[in-house]
Write a protein that binds this ligand. Sequence first.
Ligand SMILES: Nc1ncnc2c1ncn2[C@@H]1O[C@H](COP(=O)(O)OP(=O)(O)OP(=O)(O)O)[C@@H](O)[C@H]1O
Ligand SMILES: [Mg+2]
Length: 327
Amino acid sequence: MDEQQWDDTPIAAAARRAAQVSTGSLSLPKPDAPRTITIANQKGGVGKTTTSVNMAASLAYHGLKVLVIDLDPQGNASTALGVEHRTGTLSSYEVLIGEVSAAEAVQQSPANENLFCIPATIDLAGAEIELVSLVRREYRLADALHQEFLEEAGFDYVFVDCPPSLGLLTINAMTAVNEVMIPIQCEYYALEGVGQLLGNITMIRQHLNTQLHISAIILTMYDGRTKLSQQVVDEVSNQFGDVVLNNVIPRSVKVSEAPGFGQTVIDYDPGSRGALAYLDAAKELATRGDYQPHESTGPIGVSPDIAAQLNGPADEADAVDEESVEE
Ligand SMILES: Nc1ncnc2c1ncn2[C@@H]1O[C@H](COP(=O)(O)OP(=O)(O)OP(=O)(O)O)[C@@H](O)[C@H]1O
Ligand SMILES: [Mg+2]
């Protein structure tokens, strides 16, 4: 029996579940202000939706209040969260065109009382074109999500799931948030299109949303049996540094099965390798906080340690001085 099969047996799952519970890993820091994160990569099928819903469900599992905004006409995030998204349902489309407020379109996910979703219906397919003639077309989502709404509703995290394109829907997703998380699939051509995505984020930072930055990159569908997967991990880490989350998401059948049951893998099989990987990645994202870029790294976030190093010895000495003064 190879490692993969053994890993998916019920006894292995039970052992992992027991270990998880016994480590008492059930508390995560609540951010001071709501963290808003767009999950984007114009390459299709890299794990944007899977990452959106499972990161969200992981944080909700730890008691944080989380909203997922489905901005993809395919409505895959809405499906995975088990929320209504038939034509006629109040959705992100009505929010974007200004017919309803964000609060009116929010639904609670049946699986978790802390997890909410503004769903996408097929109506959203026409939005790319309809938005063109509307005022503040790049800011329709940002305007709807004004800070008061997020704070009044008490959301700790907001994730926006994007379609696989760099059109107006994705631009709306990027002006509405501070952070971007990029999923990269551990496969051939993993970095294809990432340069273009970085270019777009840089342009949006310059012209539409100065706060926007890449605060995390997450590697998805890692297959431990192939050299290729490890090569992708190495290449992405070399290129992007510590903005890449240490917790890599393995390829796992449970992860791909869960949406078929209208569930995230966190609810479908919380002891599975896929669920535990997302729980760990969410914990990492929550505990390390928002990685801001240094002036020399463009839109790419760095850890506070790296920022101090990039600032050079003079600044480090200053930082030490400040600390000793405080003492
Ligand atoms: N860790 C994983 N293990 C196994 N299958 C996965 C994993 N992550 C995602 N998948 C599967 O890969 C496919 C693509 O994933 P997903 O829908 O999340 O990508 P996406 O980037 O949102 O796609 P799109 O560009 O179409 O919106 C789905 O069938 C999903 O179930
Ligand atoms: Mg998707």
